[in-house]
Design a protein around this ligand. Structure first.
Ligand code: NAI
Length: 370
């Protein structure tokens, strides 16, 4: 069991929130990777248990969303925060943004436990971290929640209060550009006309991606557990529907996972017919080693955190000198295809999986700031 120790000196003395530095204890948990600082926030009165994990701040203050999720244990929540925050370091570095990697997990059920009191206590926790960590939306934390937090502390991005708002259309645009770069590399083509693309998940990102693909002349196969969204795509884009669990092995040229993580795993890689995997979902590979299996089969994998960095670029742009300017954010997003093209050709030359090359480039960028 994790021992809470090292209480952090608080500025708001009358608060019921307790902050504890748990970096030493967390270093024994899976997912720890030399993280700089892990803070546990507890407020029994207001029902908050939250972890903020700061992985690496060499490139700048840590940036990453807050996930609200009822993990089965505190250790599981900390491990989740450790892994996600490490991923953010890579995402920022490879997107060329001057920010480090951080992530927070609030151990709560987003539907039943997320009270204004809990969010008040969390806003206090963010304020106490004093700009070392900037957060935003993630699974279980909505735009309205981000606005609520932003009204109480400045360290929140992606809000409607002078912020960049919903990042999904920007993420979708980055994925669309990245998918084009992958199609050019794998099929040697400059357009998507007639290319069969399977989009799994027609939510905020998938629906917008499908729209752009349709406008570019691609032929769409779609899946979503929400039938209304599938029906809309059939009506609007002339898409063909498929059961979601059949999508990863569908007869398409490109598979674009835009719903869940872990959709690619060793047990099904032999059955994949697509020659490109390029989509928005986080953690598409059940295991990082699966990228080598994809490469062996000649399937080009666009590393998820490279191709889906548009959302991060959008919120990070708020913190750049001059504040958020949409045109500047879009210009930065337009660098995603060149980064991918570089990764793809290095992977070919060095005969290594694309995710290994991406990780190496991110490491080089972080190391350059030592
Ligand atoms: P969303 O919640 O708006 O949409 C997800 C869609 O997937 C929904 O339509 C849902 O019904 C569908 N879905 C859920 N389970 C499914 C299943 N088993 N099979 C097929 N469809 C299923 O989420 P959003 O924002 O569109 O994000 C999609 C993915 O992209 C997520 O993995 C997210 O982590 C990732 N991502 C999103 C970013 C953003 O800016 N929104 C940024 C970077 C990554």
């Amino acid at each position: 069991m994790l021992q809470a120790h090292k209480p952090i000196q608080r500025t708001a003395m009358r608060s019921t929130l307790e902050l504890t530095d748990i970096t030493d204890d967390a270093s024994l948990l899976p997912g720890f990777d030399g993280h700089e600082r892990i803070v546990l926030g507890r407020d029994e009165t207001r029902g908050l248990i939250a972890i903020v994990a700061i992985h690496d701040s060499k490139l700048g203050p840590a940036l990453g969303g807050t996930r609200v999720w009822k993990h089965e244990s505190l250790e599981a929540a900390i491990t989740d925060a450790l892994r996600l925050s490490r991923g953010m370091t890579y995402k920022s570095a490879i997107a060329g943004m001057p920010f480090g990697g951080g992530k927070a997990v609030i151990l709560a059920n987003a539907k039943t436990d997320k009270t204004p009191e809990l969010l008040e206590a969390y806003a206090e926790m963010l304020a106490e971290l004093d700009g070392d960590y900037y957060t935003g939306e993630d699974v279980g934390l909505t735009l309205a929640d981000a606005d609520f937090l932003r009204a109480r502390t400045p360290n929140v991005t992606g809000t409607t209060i002078g912020g960049s708002e919903n990042p999904s259309p920007v993420t979708a645009h980055g994925v669309f550009l990245g998918l084009n770069a992958a199609a050019k590399h794998r099929f040697g083509r400059d357009d998507l006309k007639g290319l069969r693309v399977g989009v799994q998940g027609l939510g905020s990102v998938g629906r917008r991606l499908a729209e752009q693909l349709h406008e570019a002349g691609a032929t769409l196969v779609v899946a979503d557990i929400d039938k209304t969204r599938v029906d809309q795509a059939i009506r609007d884009f002339g898409a063909t529907a498929l059961a979601s669990d059949a999508m990863a092995t569908a007869d398409v040229d490109v598979f674009a996972p835009c719903a869940l993580g872990g959709v690619i795993h060793a047990g099904m890689i032999d059955a994949i017919k697509a020659k490109v995997v390029a989509g928005a979902a986080n953690n598409q590979l059940a295991d990082e080693a699966d990228a080598a299996l994809l490469a062996e089969r000649g399937i080009l994998y666009a590393p998820d955190y490279v191709i889906n960095a548009g959302g991060l670029i959008n919120v990070a742009s708020e913190l750049l000198p001059g504040g958020y300017v949409r045109a500047r954010a879009m210009k930065l997003v337009e660098t995603i295809p060149a980064t991918l093209a570089d990764i793809f050709s290095r992977a070919d030359t060095e005969k290594r999986p694309t995710n290994a090359i991406a990780e190496e480039i991110a490491d080089e960028r972080v190391a350059a700031r030592h």
